[in-house]
Ligand binder design. Structure first.
Ligand SMILES: *[C@@H]1O[C@H](CO)[C@@H](O)[C@H](O)[C@H]1NC(C)=O
Ligand SMILES: *[C@@H]1O[C@H](CO)[C@@H](O)[C@H](O)[C@H]1NC(C)=O
Length: 161
């Protein structure tokens, strides 16, 4: 935990020394941990299908992020560290580590897998508001729900044929 804090402060300090690089962060949020009925004291990770002990961390690969299993009161939370939302005007800037991100012979772990933006003078990265982020999540949930319904309907008609 202490190490994580120091690492974060370290990257913040680095970002400050380099004025061209922009981006908010670090992004950390707590989600209700996934658990399995038989293992209520362990965090279940749906990205690697493993159980994790309290205070253990795991990679969210194929997503760019890291999660920690944290006990908060009587409950477990999955503390997610990721790159945060994409800037709305990212196209106005260049991603200085693009070549690194596009390499397919190495797996970059968080935070190395986050894009690092370099913007021309006068351009400030604009990030979506909390409300816009929620609306986007809602849209994705609806799309996933619709896809699941259509798949179920397709199975049903295939079964009755
Ligand atoms: C997890 O970390 C917290 C904070 O550092 C500590 O209080 C707690 O005892 C740790 N739990 C285990 C099981 O190591
Ligand atoms: C990515 O993989 C393809 C083959 O799947 C290869 O031809 C290409 O050179 C690779 N690119 C990099 C940047 O490693």
């Amino acid at each position: 935990m202490k190490f994580v804090l120091i690492a974060c402060l370290g990257s913040l300090a680095l970002a400050q020394q380099e004025p061209a690089l922009q981006g908010p962060g670090p992004f950390i949020r707590d989600l209700t941990a996934d658990t399995l009925r038989d293992f209520p004291d362990l965090c279940f990770s749906s990205t690697n299908f493993r159980l994790h002990l309290e205070n253990q961390s795991w990679s969210l690969f194929p997503f760019c992020g890291r999660a920690d299993c944290v006990k908060k009161g009587d409950n477990f939370v999955e503390r997610v560290h990721d790159c945060g939302p994409q800037p709305k005007n990212g196209a106005d800037c260049t991603i200085s580590n693009l070549a690194e991100l596009q390499r397919n012979d190495t797996i970059l772990e968080y935070p190395a897998c986050c894009p690092k933006y370099t913007c021309p003078e006068g351009i400030t990265l604009q990030y979506p508001t909390e409300k816009e982020i929620q609306a986007e999540i809602e849209k994705q949930t609806q799309t996933a729900l619709q896809a699941a319904k259509e798949a179920a309907a397709a199975r049903e008609s295939a079964g009755s044929a």
